[in-house]
Design a binder for this molecule. Structure first.
Ligand SMILES: NC(=O)c1ccc[n+]([C@@H]2O[C@H](COP(=O)([O-])OP(=O)(O)OC[C@H]3O[C@@H](n4cnc5c(N)ncnc54)[C@H](O)[C@@H]3O)[C@@H](O)[C@H]2O)c1
Length: 317
């Protein structure tokens, strides 16, 4: 069997950067595709191609040139930016996914596809603890695209034999790349406002609880579900995965244990309405049973890790 070649589309983004570093550090061959070049120093020596996922011919050429075996399709318009530019968001999210799934069906060398879904597939009727098969009536263009995308993944698996696997990520929190326009971005941005010079202004209400996940667990989930035997995966759409849930006031209280001078104020904007429709947490029993999903990092570990990573970076600069 030819050597594994992992192609990350959207590799310069928040998740793509961390996934690329993890795969590279594990000794895997990685190819980076994005419309913007990677900026994280550890990725600068890796093969990079400027490819727009909406251009199927360019995508096909990149897959062929690099003999790609595994595709991680991460390029997407996220929830908040998608509400401001709905046509662009729909075009990017749907066209990109269908191009990837089509090529995976046609090109024999592509063995697996990972495509992330999101908690945004759920809406107000899904309940505070969303079950795997909870009613889904998403309230954003982003959520609609992820919901429909899940059905396409299932269709391509059942009718075209594509081994595509997916999880519903909560808000992701990491240090290597800035967030890309989501509703949970406050939980990343706040760590750039710990110097005590001015209070951090949070765009959600103090008590708006949402499911969240440290980036190390998010990367582990992607690699873990891809390594599971296909026969053990009962779900052909996307698996609920859960790690922790917190409201801004709970995150900020934990930050204050490390930075007592930290201050926050609240000025909820349109993103509060999006967040209000999402569940507080996801029931992930099926992921635990089918492929052994088990998160490692909770709220205190997350805050410690984010503060330490920023301290290391500021010493290095
Ligand atoms: N970050 C989160 O909290 C979160 C939560 C749930 C699901 N997800 C999903 O995870 C995936 C990655 O999210 P992220 O936070 O890294 O997003 P991001 O916005 O940080 O990164 C997306 C990357 O895609 C690139 N891109 C945009 N348009 C492109 C195009 N036309 N062709 C090629 N590349 C293009 C961007 O330049 C960017 O580097 C997305 O599918 C997102 O829906 C993220």
């Amino acid at each position: 069997m030819p050597q594994d070649v992992h192609c990350i589309i959207g590799a310069s983004g928040q998740l793509g950067t961390e996934l690329a570093v993890a795969l590279h550090n594990a000794g895997e061959r990685v190819v980076l595709l994005d419309i913007k070049a990677p900026s994280f120093s550890a990725l600068l020596g890796l093969p990079f191609e400027k490819v727009d996922v909406r251009d199927q011919a360019a995508l096909s050429a990149a897959f062929g040139t690099h003999r790609v075996t595994h595709v991680y399709h991460l390029a997407a318009a996220l929830s908040a930016r998608g509400e401001q530019e709905p046509q662009w968001a729909w075009d990017l999210n749907m066209k990109g996914l269908l191009h990837v799934l089509d090529l995976a069906a046609e090109m024999e060398g592509i063995r697996q596809v990972f495509w992330p879904s999101s908690i945004a597939v759920f809406g107000p009727g899904s309940g505070p603890v969303a079950a795997q098969s909870a009613y889904r009536l998403p309230s954003t263009v982003y959520g609609i695209s992820k919901n429909v995308g899940e059905h396409w993944c299932s269709w391509y698996h059942q009718h075209r034999g594509v081994d595509v696997r997916s999880v519903r990520y909560p808000g992701l929190i990491g240090t290597l790349a800035p967030p890309g326009g989501g509703t949970t971005d406050y939980a990343v941005e706040v760590f750039d406002h710990l110097d005590g010079t001015a209070p951090y202004t949070c765009f959600l209400k103090a008590d708006e609880k949402l499911p969240m996940m440290h980036m190390d667990d998010a990367v582990a989930a992607a690699l873990h579900i891809l390594s599971a035997p296909r026969v053990s995966l009962r779900c052909t759409e996307a698996y609920n995965i859960n790690a922790m849930s917190f409201a801004p006031e709970e995150l900020f209280a934990e930050i204050r244990r490390h930075v007592p001078a930290f201050q926050a104020r609240y000025a909820p904007d349109f993103r509060q309405n999006i967040a209000a429709g999402w569940p507080d947490m996801l029931n992930d029993d099926m992921a635990r049973e089918d492929w052994g999903w088990s998160p490692k990092i909770g709220l205190s570990g997350l805050v410690r890790s984010m503060i330490n990573a920023r301290a290391v970076r500021s010493v290095a600069q």
